[in-house]
Design a protein around this ligand. Structure first.
Ligand code: A4P
Ligand code: MG
Length: 178
């Protein structure tokens, strides 16, 4: 654990089972984890599958957090939450359906290029289901209006990624939507 809190963004995706219940459960659990002090979810988006096309639509959002955990500690926490949601990696195909996927997209002051952890997430820049909610959080939440994220904001704007296949999704219950 570090002594001071840093910000990070987590990509959240689900396309099996009760997608929204699973996501709400994971966000609630994240809030209760020692070392994570704030969890700020974006709006929810229903998105067409990318990679393996023959699978159900996803619900996606991005959660901004503040944490004293290291990136490795955070990854371990997120994999624990995926397992608690019923995810069994050994039975999965890459980019195939899953009850819950939690990816570290960005972590303040950290870059990695390892097999177990790459930061920024290597595929985030080409994925509208990540960029649309991330752009929304960076533009709307005062706590993320910091110089450390200025380059990311500019990069997303310059990419001009199409939002085709990514639609706002309104939950009937659960977490409040802004
Ligand atoms: N890993 C390395 N870097 C990271 C990181 N920054 N965050 C390692 C999290 N994990 C990271 O991941 C495989 C390994 O990546 C982990 O063991 C970890 O050590 P995984 O979650 O087990 O498998 P995965 O998610 O199938 O692989 P991958 O390559 O991360 O897939 P993606 O790129 O996340 O794609 N379509 C829509 N519409 N919405 C989606 O959310 N998601 C995917 C998964 C495909 N298509 C999608 C969506
Ligand atoms: Mg993943």
């Amino acid at each position: 654990m570090a002594t001071h809190s840093r910000q990070a963004f987590i990509g959240v995706g689900a396309n099996l089972g009760d997608r929204w219940a699973t996501i709400c459960g994971a966000l609630d659990a994240m809030t209760g984890i020692a070392g994570i002090t704030a969890v700020e979810p974006s709006a929810v988006y229903e998105t067409m599958p990318v990679g393996v096309l023959d699978q159900p639509k996803y619900l996606n959002l991005v959660a901004g957090i503040e944490t004293v955990l290291t990136p490795e500690e955070l990854l371990s926490v997120l994999q624990g939450l995926e397992a608690a949601a019923g995810r069994r990696r050994t039975r999965e195909i890459r980019w195939g359906p899953r009850p819950l996927d939690l990816d570290i997209l960005l972590f303040e002051g950290e870059e990695r290029a390892g097999a177990d952890l790459t930061i920024p997430h290597p595929r985030m820049w080409e994925r509208a289901f990540v960029l649309a909610p991330l752009r929304e959080l960076l533009g709307r939440i005062p706590r993320f209006e910091r110089p450390v994220w200025a380059n990311v904001r500019t990069q997303i704007a310059e990419l001009k990624t199409s939002d085709a296949g990514v639609e706002r999704w309104i939950p009937l219950s659960g977490k409040a939507q802004s």
